[in-house]
Design a protein around this ligand. Structure first.
Ligand SMILES: *Cc1c(COP(=O)(O)O)cnc(C)c1O
Length: 404
């Protein structure tokens, strides 16, 4: 069976994890801090804080910005549930927008239509690793009409003076947009290092700060660092030093810190990420593209333009003109032939909870269009040249069998 996206666990990762286990320090400590510095160097943003997951990273930022009951947060209907759930946890209301016609990302026109006096945050999601239209989104939140509508309720909102752009960059570490890296594209970007992501620490995430100069990045970083660990003024490592036992709790913070065991995986991964991981993933994308481009039924994803370069996270193929039913048949036929494929994502309005809350799929026609014939192909570091060929051969066979 060709799996969908197993992590790359090689000897260098195992050695680094064992080194941490042997060091006697397994929770947040020197390796987590080193990983943060490596991420900052990689992305070119001011400061980065590692956390226990992408979801927690997003929620910490919403809470730092003071988002809560009565507020609205704009996000795409076409995303994984993490994007909406962290908003719901704060008591705020997710306001969903539709997808573009030409790609899988959220429509800026639909964002503009849905901004109200209650909007506090826009959360673009770089679906599959392709950055959203950040130039347009950043312009929109800074435009005088939209600024006028913004009602600040605390000091931080006052200082920003407009809607916060919080990118759900769970898929897009390493993506480039108009000469800038993911991490530098929004006010704040949150990465995920979950096991299926391009760069994994098993579970984990990072908050990349890129706030305007009115904010002191070190201060925000220090606040978030304490906020992510019970509001405690010293982390476990600092408490170990002589006379370091005395601590204070300055707020009821969360428990969302990354461990040094997780960071060990991250340190190995980040060092080979650009030159090795992304190159390998790009090869696989190019192979799929070249082999599928001449089939009438295959609609390939856009993953590179002259100004934008994806992180090659998910190869989101679409089977032209297909309904959900036929797409599902594709999946099960592929599975029978020994190839795991997947669907990214089931739009939120199709899932029970959001449906019950009143979100309706009919309100997001483009998102449904994209979803109903979407089929993601396996992409992972160790996908061999012959396995890539098998994936496409089985796909072509399946298409023939289903009458395409
Ligand atoms: C994976 C993912 C997340 C959250 O990641 P975790 O680290 O698992 O919390 C958020 N948004 C999207 C779109 C994702 O795919």
């Amino acid at each position: 069976m060709i799996p969908f996206s197993p992590p790359k666990i090689d000897q260098s990762i195992i050695d680094e994890v064992i080194d941490t286990l042997n060091s006697g320090w397994i929770t947040t400590g020197p390796k987590t801090k080193k990983f943060e510095r490596e991420l900052e160097k990689f992305c070119g943003n001011s400061r980065t804080l590692c956390v226990s997951s992408g979801t927690h990273g997003l929620e910490l930022i919403l809470r730092w910005f003071g988002v809560g009951e009565g507020d609205e947060v704009i996000l795409p209907a076409y995303t994984y549930s993490a994007t909406a759930n962290c908003v719901i946890h704060t008591g705020a209301t997710p306001v969903m927008v539709d997808t573009n016609e030409e790609d899988f990302n959220l429509s800026v026109e639909d964002i503009a239509r849905k901004i109200t006096e209650k909007t506090k945050v826009i959360m673009p999601v770089d679906i599959g690793g392709m950055p959203c239209a950040y130039n347009e989104i950043n312009e929109l939140v800074k435009s005088s009409d939209v600024r006028k509508k913004f009602q600040s309720r605390n000091e931080i909102q006052e200082k920003l003076g407009r809607i916060l752009v919080l990118s759900d960059s769970a898929h897009s570490l390493g993506a480039v947009y108009h000469g800038k890296n993911a991490g530098q594209l929004a006010d704040i970007s949150v990465f995920s290092f979950h096991a299926v992501k391009n760069l994994t620490t098993a579970e984990g995430g990072a908050i990349a700060l890129n706030l305007p100069s009115a904010f002191n990045a070190d201060e925000v970083y220090n606040f978030l660092n304490v906020f992510s660990l019970h509001g405690q003024t010293k982390d476990a490592l600092a408490k170990m030093q002589n006379k370091g036992w005395k601590y204070d709790i300055i707020m009821p913070g969360y428990k969302a810190n990354m461990t040094d065991i997780q960071a060990s995986l991250g340190l190995v991964e980040i060092n080979r990420y650009r030159k090795d991981t992304l190159e390998k993933r790009r090869d696989i994308f190019n192979y799929y593209f070249d082999r599928l481009k001449d089939f009438e039924w295959a609609e390939n994803p856009v993953y590179e333009t002259d100004k934008i370069c994806s992180s090659y996270h998910v190869y989101m193929l679409r089977i032209k003109g297909t309904t959900e039913d036929t797409r599902d048949k594709f999946i099960s036929k592929m599975y029978e032939k020994g190839v795991s494929v997947n669907v990214h994502f089931i739009p939120l309005p199709l899932l029970s909870y959001y449906k019950k809350e009143g979100y309706q799929m009919e309100d997001y026609p483009n998102a449904y269009q994209k979803f109903q014939n979407e089929l993601s192909l396996p992409v992972y570091y160790d996908l061999s040249v012959s396995d890539r060929k098998t994936v496409v051969d089985k796909l072509v066979e399946t298409a023939k069998k289903l009458g395409f």
